[in-house]
Design a protein around this ligand. Sequence first.
Ligand code: MSP
Length: 665
Amino acid sequence: MSEKFYITTPIYYVNARPHIGHAYTTIACDAIARRKRMLGIDTFFLTGTDEHGQKIDRSAAAAGKSPQQFTDEVSGEFRALWDRMGISYDKFIRTTSAEHKRGVQELFRTLQRNGFIYKSKYTGQYCVFDELYVDVIGPGAPCPECGRPTEMVSEENYFFKLSAFEDKLLKLYQQPGFIRPETRRNEVASFVRGGLRDLSISRSSFKWGIPVPDDPGHVVYVWLDALSNYITALGYGSPDKKDQGRFKKYWPADVHMIGKEIVRFHCVYWPAFLMAAELPLPRSVVVHGWILFEESKMSKSRGNIVRAETIGEVMGWDALRYFLLREIVFGQDGSFSFDALVQRFNADLANDLGNLSSRTLSMIARYFKGEVPYPSATVARTPGDEAIAKHAEETIKTFGELFDDDQFSRALETAWSLVGAVNKYIVENEPWALGEKQDEDSRSRLATILYTCAEALRIVAALTHPVLPESTARVWEQLGLGDIKALKLPELKWGQLPLGTKLGKVEGVFPRADKSAIERMQKMEEQRAQAPATKTEPSTAEGGGATQPIPAPAAEPPKITIDDFTKVELRVAQVKHAEKVKGADKLLRLEVDLGTEVRQIVAGIALAYEPEKLIGRKIVIVANLQPRKLRGLESNGMLLAASVGDGQPVLAGFLEDVPIGARLK
Ligand code: MSP
């Protein structure tokens, strides 16, 4: 193991508010970074936000904000949440920052200089949701990754010679531990074996990105921009000596932690860019699965998200951290539910660890005036005492091995096996009965038992501190040990609890949650889901931001009869002509063909759709709406669109071909 350790989360897209899917990646990295620091390793933990590209440009437009204003707000929300959660990042990078832009341009120039970039025409389909060029044919053809309709792109672009790296990449995947877990390796290798085509790395039809050096009509493809954050955050491309030193010290990354859907970008594109730039390659890409909620991936577009704030406010941040790392087998998908969260919390934290801590500490307070007792030198130790000491020594070793192999759940399981053994030891030895006796042997025996419990508690707190930072810090203080940050994990072993230490104030660390906790959390999330999209609260970049207010529940929409519904005439129409309405930023004037007639419709979609891109597209309109005038133009019908995010319209459409004029029933 190197003396430094550099770990990164992916940078989060600011088109969505943070939810516990995002928190999962961040919490896993945070736990790893905390343990490395406790091991005395010079650690740099990077996180941040991904703010460029067409998807963000459109989300900002739909929210009626400038992209800069929009990204400032959402990026601020991510940062404020991580600060509230106590995420121990060393740097929060934004792709809109000057240092990042400079670094990306430097990387682009280097790739150019090294002969890996050329200009050519790209014509093909693009998935804006995944910001991915896809190999499908025809306007609106579904994206093979996410199933959403793709858009046709026909642009003069800069290309990266990705095809030159097939063999080198396949060789890289042979390197043990480069992709973890192993199972992900085959997936990537077979993608590369299928053949790599050169990659378009610029766009010219929109502006929200980093200008290509010396050709500002182009912006850098958002994934080249985003991936570069891992080096620009350290100082790559900076003329400053200090930045250069930081880059030299920490690069290459030891761990890029990512979710399974972005493996291709991190294991194919990113190493290829680095090879082309003659930069060292990351040591490992660690891939985790998804948090599922109500059976599918938790995500904004599915609308099935749970916010970390809800859990933090009701159950505490440690409850969320512990649940995610204990309940979900790292690398696999795992389900979240409020019931499971509360069950896990009550069983493991309130009962097992909470009881061990409060029983041990309160008996020391009661029977030894709050001072850690001296284990007896006169009364013989029992095999039970020895077994706990041995169990603790083994736990230190196994916990470390499993944790350092990203097996967080199993690592925690071993720590809880020690907790269980000590709780059993307490029941078997009945210290409360000895506490009632005053003879010297009973006092000596009691001292040994309570010392054993307190020492085991200290070891569990030390090991689990990266996962339960707040509560173990409190246990540490109650044990009279001061600041847990001073602990040096490599030195941890049985028997170090100083005798005679005065305990801190003893109080419960994990109050039991009851059913009302589940109801409160569910209600908070329901209210959020029902609330109309609210303006983003500005939050400070320095964090500590306030939680978003919980909006009042919306009234249930009234039910309609089938007769009511059939009054609405929904029809397929094809856009024949589209243009911006002068003096109205949000409006487009469309001429749509219904098969029997061509109509004029004025629609508020100009911020989300460029007029040229709509020509030929089949849409759904309400055909029997009373005409009305908008900006002096008659609008004869209304088109249907989903309102996503902060109100961004996404036009309804069909994956199969449908005849113009067909009625929707
Ligand atoms: N911006 C890109 C990453 C660029 S890195 C150079 C991106 N952003 S994201 O916000 O969509 O996702 C960021 C991380 O959050 C990913 O690792 C993703 O897997 C993780 N998660 C988002 N939703 C998730 C779940 N429901 N479950 C687990 N992790 C998920 O991709």
